[in-house]
Design a protein around this ligand. Structure first.
Ligand code: 5AD
Ligand code: SF4
Length: 432
């Protein structure tokens, strides 16, 4: 979602004459768009700000040039005051709900006089209504935010506090943005939301549309060949959404559905409000709807109170599912969340051991998934030039990164590709 938000910030700033550049060196403004989900992400902001201070001082001392430094995103939202205290050279602090006001904030500051602007409100007006309709092309595969915030309050998670209450964009705005993206060359859309499958946007006639209904409508857009959505909560995996996986060919056979843990005791302590069995039954239903669907998930190890036995349940669940990929994290206590106050914190070395053990299993599953695509022909949407000369990069329907020989004329095309070799994080293919 930060990628989407960053792109939208460049749209907002374009009328002021700002355009994105490849590097912070020489830039007139640097915006750090930040993540607060784990402590590591958060701490990175302050080390990055240290580097930017040196850059800013140098530009002023050696070139008489002021560089505007802005911090956006969820760290700005949660730690706005601390940022201005610890890093007084920051000119703008803006939260995820107010970045449409960037032009106003830019006009309020005076870097030379250390006059700052801070805006971390949850405003009355809807950001999406204020953002410009026009935007730069986003390329063959683009993000589209349809939902923000979360009312689930998992015990470990800051999202309900930083991104606020659950909000769904009205259908019309989403459809208009989707059509514009497709007109500018986008062929694959990933619908975004912290809790995207809880989407319930208002349609023009006042009706409330589910995510499934929205997907079915989007699928009618000529030239939109692929649809994905992320991230979902198991409890909002309604039957109509599962059926959409059966009925809508452009809905890709890959789903990121986090479960976080395999132990029912820990799931309850996490306030996930479902058991491991409920999760597995949802996956069964999805497989029945779309036989070849591939799964990905998120896992937290070392949640307060997690015993060896609980962790074994996580490994057992992973074993049962067989993921195409998955993300796993050490539990990170976040300020203001219930779990952070627990007295049953798991020691750091235990977390590290569990993470390593889990990642070993996940990596093996990912490789096995890639391996079983060897010899098969998959449709690949070519997105960009690859790392090496003469190499292009794209994605299979199952979200695998595919490297293939070719040239830039392939970008934006969906090509049948024979998978010749599986790697850990990618596969090699040849246009068939
Ligand atoms: N500690 C570790 N991981 C976390 N996540 C969210 N909050 C925390 C936390 N406090 C993980 C969850 C979520 C993903 C986006 O980040 O797995 O699904
Ligand atoms: Fe955080 Fe997702 Fe739980 Fe919402 S559903 S509180 S975003 S982990």
């Amino acid at each position: 979602m930060n990628v989407y938000d960053s792109d939208r910030m460049t749209d907002v700033l374009a009328p002021l004459g700002y355009a994105p550049v490849a590097s912070a060196d020489g830039a007139d403004m640097v915006i750090l768009n930040t993540c607060h989900i784990r402590e590591k992400a958060s701490e990175k902001v302050f080390s990055e700000l240290g580097r930017l201070r040196i850059m800013k001082d140098k530009a002023r001392d050696q070139q008489g040039r002021d560089v505007t430094i802005a911090v956006a995103g969820c760290v700005a939202q949660a730690e706005g005051e601390e940022i201005t205290r610890r890093a007084p050279w920051v000119d703008i602090v803006v939260g995820p709900q107010t970045y449409h006001r960037l032009p106003e904030l830019v006009s309020q500051i005076d870097p030379a006089a250390r006059q700052r602007a801070v805006d971390t409100e949850f405003p009355e007006e809807v950001k999406f209504d204020q953002l410009p309709g026009e935007h730069a092309p986003r390329g063959p595969a683009a993000f589209l935010s349809v939902q923000e915030g979360c009312d689930k309050f998992c015990a470990f998670c800051v999202v309900p506090y930083t991104r606020g209450a659950e909000f769904s964009r009205p259908v019309d705005g989403v459809m208009t943005e989707a059509r514009r993206l497709v007109a500018s060359g986008t062929r694959e859309l990933t619908l975004l939301g912290q809790n995207v499958n809880a989407y319930h946007g208002e349609a023009a006639d006042g009706a409330s549309w589910s995510l499934a209904r929205l997907i079915r409508e989007l699928a009618e857009i000529d030239g939109l060949d692929r649809i994905r959505y992320t991230t979902s909560h198991p409890l909002d995996m309604e039957d109509d959404l599962i059926t959409a996986h059966r009925d809508v060919p452009s809905l890709m056979p890959y789903l990121h559905l986090p479960v976080q843990a395999g132990s029912d005791r820990i799931l309850a302590a996490m306030n996930r409000r479902h058991t491991h069995d409920v999760y597995l039954r949802i996956l069964d239903k999805l497989r029945a709807a779309r036989e070849d669907i591939a799964f990905s998930g998120d896992f937290i190890v070392g949640f307060p109170g997690e015993s060896d036995r609980d962790f074994a349940d996580t490994l057992a669940l992973v074993d049962r599912v067989g993921y195409a990929s998955a993300y796993s994290f050490k539990y990170s206590p976040r300020p203001g969340t219930p779990a952070a106050a627990s007295e049953e914190q798991v020691p750091e070395d235990v977390k590290s051991d569990r993470l390593e053990a889990l990642q070993q299993v996940i990596n093996a599953q990912q490789f096995a998934f890639n391996k079983q695509t060897e010899g098969r022909t998959l449709d690949v949407l070519v997105e960009r030039a690859g790392g090496r000369d003469g190499q292009m990069a794209g994605r299979s329907p199952y979200m695998q990164a595919v490297n293939l020989t070719g040239d830039e004329s392939m970008i934006g095309r969906i090509l049948p590709c024979r998978i010749t070799e599986a790697r850990q994080n990618s596969v090699i293919g040849a246009a068939a």
